[in-house]
Write a protein of this length. Sequence first.
Length: 488
Amino acid sequence: MTHALFTTDGGPALVVSGEGERPAAVELVGPRARVVATLTGRGKTWRAVLPLRAARWGGPELPLPSGVYDLRVADAQSRGIPSPDAVPLTQLGTLRAELDAWTLRVGPPIDPAYDSGEGQDALERRYATRPSGFENAVFFESFYGRNASCNPLAIDRELVRRAPGVTRYWSVVDLSVAVPEGAVAVVEGSPEWWRARGAARLLVVNDWLRRRFVRRKGQVVLQTWHGTPLKRLALHRPGFDPRRMVAVIRESRRWNVLLAQNPYAATILGKAYAFLSRPIWVEGYPRNDLLARGADASATRAALGIRPGERVLLYAPTWRDDRDEIVDFVDPATLAAAADAVVLVRGHSRTLLPGRDAEGPRVVDVTGFPDTSQLLLSADALITDYSSVMFDFSVTGKPMYFLVPDMEHFRGELRGFYFDLAAHAPGPVVRSQRELVAALARDDTEAYAQKYATWRAKFNSRDDGNAAERVVSRILDQGFIDPAAPLA
């Protein structure tokens, strides 16, 4: 018989035990994290302790990301080791978990009573329309709480410098998401999350607000968005869909201010979201300040296991409306060997939960890495397709390659483009991995120098390293928060 139980002694853990000689290894394997057990036993019985936490990228140990994990006992089938006892859903402080045979399910530390629609309705009634005054606080959310990054992170960092007394809440899907030092993590859907979102004087977000958000009178929403658009979005997407139109307009009415990287993006975003009579701040992207200043990438490269002097290629495609996981146009291990480089694979945030890490020699999947800007600093070249990351990476002036095997399908059926990428791309446009490898072997720097300069003049004129400072100055000057005193 194989026994299992959860414990919180020394932190949440799964303890599995059985009879006979201890196995060579016991692991929990998930799509984005892996845990190896500490094993004990002298031949008659064995015991495996699996901490329900993990450290990645040289960071601190954090609770496991929510999801499904395989419990793997080496040689279990050949040794006749039966599946362990089922363990019901258990609250373990920083997460909750349940075990069913060889499957572990991990979730955020929210009381199951709040999982239902009725439970969330009750929290909404309690906090979303609260009549009391505002807290002198900022509520941050990046990519629906999947990480603490992008423009909200850069604004957070500048706020700490300029207004250290302001409370900073970060919306997270679970406590595996690291938040900036001194900030308060609030798990989406929890009472604390509802209270913080309703009480904060300022909200800084980079995507749609959800869960029926209603902006209270006097509350301010700064929508930073998350990229200069190449692909059509919102009201500009192909096909007439009245429900989409209603949803887009309802969403944009929640915002007070929209941040744009450049004048081109301001025009597109203003029209795509019917945001034409309210302020659009064209200040560059705060997330690109690190790139403009040429910050040191050695610590990030070391955390990723990259040796000094190695060539680094960052493969960062966008997501597709017709699939959940990252596209498979590149075999990263083959590319790493052919280009004699380390290949970093960065899936879009929408592929984080449904996908799983790419593996292979000199391949590092960084889809779960918290800060894309650090990856752009670390890369020697970018390989992308239609992702807005192209408008950020161009701040560095480093080479870009555009791998677009499905351009006709994407342009004609999925989204469409605002301009002809092939005509204006500041780097080679290729249709296959074979063509990509050939382009990487060439030095096309001079051939694309003029296009690159024109691109940067249009899209990066405000990315000068001071965007966060300008944005925070406007926040403070307009009284969105009080840097010195709490609000009543």
